[in-house]
Design a protein around this ligand. Sequence first.
Ligand code: SAH
Length: 464
Amino acid sequence: MKHFPIFLAVEGRRIVLSGGGEAALAKLRLLFKAEAQIIVFAPSPAPEITNWADEGRLTLHRRAMAPGDTAGAALFYAADEDDAEDARTAAIARADGALVNIVDNLGDSQFITPAIVDRDPVTVAIGTEGAAPVLARSIKADLEARLPATLGTLARLGKAFRKAVEVLPMGRRRRDFWADYYFNEGPRAMDEGGEEQVNGTLQTLLNKYETAQDRDGHVAFVGAGPGDPELLTLKARKALDAADVVIHDRLVTPEILELARREATLINAGKEGFGPSMTQDEINALIIQHTATGAQVVRLKGGDPTVFGRLDEEIEAVEAAGIAWHIVPGITAASASVASIGQSLTQRGHNASARILTGHDMKGFADHDWQSLARPGEVAAIYMGKRAARFIQGRLIMHGAARNTPVTVIENASRPDQRVLATTLDTLAQDLDAADITGPALTFYGLRPRAAQAQIPQSQQELA
Ligand code: SAH
């Protein structure tokens, strides 16, 4: 982020603009939203500007800006649409200590003005650092359609009621009160009877929350999918929206954590494959400790929590503590990976089954029924298979698997840095070493990519 968004206090302060043409008009229309004193310097102002001056909405000086004109100003806009004049006025404003924006000149500006969705006092500012004004406009249009026009009124009435709500204990009970107001009771009262009814509803709601019992804690074991936030289920999003605490593992991407409720506490219980980390007992204790305070805990796991997710240990601990829980399934790495190579997991006439295997378990490299897997046409999705690759390769070849059986490794499936390595059983281990895979990777035994996106390793190039 090269520009950090903030909301600047401008009430009663001076905002100075130099310019009298189209660019000036566009900026002024926006600036009228601010409760600031607006001062314009323009030797030949457009008629709209003189009208606004007559109406008292701004102060107009019909001359070019001079040193000292921006003294004490919070912001300055150079909007003369003339490079030399903009540079001259900007230099004056900078010397006077104002923050400077030169219209259509990102490089020399100290700040930029975002696109604004105005539901005063709720304001949404959208910026693209000048990269895509079209995008900013379309996001603005989306938000304009999505945020009810009454939102500002609800926020204003809510703000006036904040003092009264201090009778509720800080923390969850108060947050629940406001959530209920903004998302359920407030909009309903507004529709039914306008501001007066909203005020009544605030009081009724407060009475209800004053006498309410605290909620019981709850744990949702939620699948975060393979990494692409768009592969989250709607239920996963809802759980993240309602979470007080999110305990996540290492596989969950930052983009997905961004979607957790802003007030939620995020805890990384990340477990490295072989390295040091929180023990399972520590994680169980953490979940129980938070639910005991009545928190809605989301235990967020990469992919599907039911696939190599150590889910059962956690469920048993939670159940032993008498805590309610449920599971929200997610898209497992095998599903995302097979989609990314344009194949299906089972295929009529080719493989009527596909196995889900792990490369290693608690005892080390995992043992499987190698003999049956080595038969022609078998397909297996191997999780955590990177380090076990040489072991798996050896076992399968020993049991008679064809050396040219296709094997495909998908690293970071569904993420922008996804890589596909198409190889064979024969060269699996050496190609994996050469590929230097650092992200989570799924190994498909018996499947080759259909899509032409595979990176063909050295050893296979003659076959390509
Ligand atoms: N519960 C998870 C799996 C956890 S085990 C799921 O359902 O996907 C961790 C292993 O999952 C990793 O070692 C890797 O083999 C696989 N994996 C998880 N996310 C992946 C991704 N985005 N791309 C490829 N493999 C992934």
